[in-house]
Design a protein around this ligand. Sequence first.
Ligand code: NDP
Length: 248
Amino acid sequence: MSPRSVLITGCNRGIGLEFVKQFLSMKQPPKHLFATCRNPAEAADLQALQAGHSNLHILQLEVTDESRYASLAEEVGAIVEENGLNLLINNAGILIRTNLPDVTAEVMKKTFDVNSIAPILISQAFLPLLKRAADAQKDAPLGWARAAIVNVSSKVGSCDDNKRGGLYAYRASKAALNVCTVSLARDLFKDGILATVVHPGWVLTDIGTKNALIESSESISGMLKVMQGLNEETNASFYDYAGKLIPW
Ligand code: NDP
């Protein structure tokens, strides 16, 4: 079973855009797919997709703009009504390459704002709609079709995997996202909402650069399989797009 409604952040390019494409081409696509981006008027690829898909809603969101969260949740709530929002994917992210000689407080804070703080506060803002979805399908198994938060993390946020050092801001921001996602999973389990992080692999996007190893199509089809398999046992876990468990 696939989720009836999905909201994804950072959808105008890269991994977010490919998520939108693959959700739309599912056998059972979401009834409502909310693709957020900073500037819908300039999101040409999303607009082109919308022409053939009336279930695609393009909504404006700068993820660090807390003053926007309530009105966004209201817009989504008015569309999903009593069914709530099944799946929230916090995807938007930034990578500012700084190593020890050049890392600054400003870069650390900016990276945390986008990669760590925004996903948690957006999850908080959408909690009533996620709870509504979990309640609306009380008899359905726990998972993405009922209610879940998936935060797009990165293997470089793993302490265990950090053999090369560097990338202070990005690594720390994803590690913070990881630990907060586990807290979300623990706090929300009683409400029937799961939460997890996924690593997309090293993907050919602006963040991944042209040295990356895989196309976004391979990454996203893999992550969708992982997300489809999300259940009580795999809750609060750190899988990559190929279904391999990453140590924290
Ligand atoms: P891209 O740079 O291609 O896309 C980043 C997306 O995030 C864009 O849509 C961008 O919007 C959006 N974004 C950035 N800052 C904000 C903001 N403040 N508010 C709203 N949207 C914002 O990168 P990817 O697609 O590769 O990255 C997506 C996610 O995947 C990120 O969380 C990244 O950390 C993660 N990831 C990527 C890997 C890779 O190899 N590509 C590896 C591991 C993790 P805009 O166009 O307006 O800037």
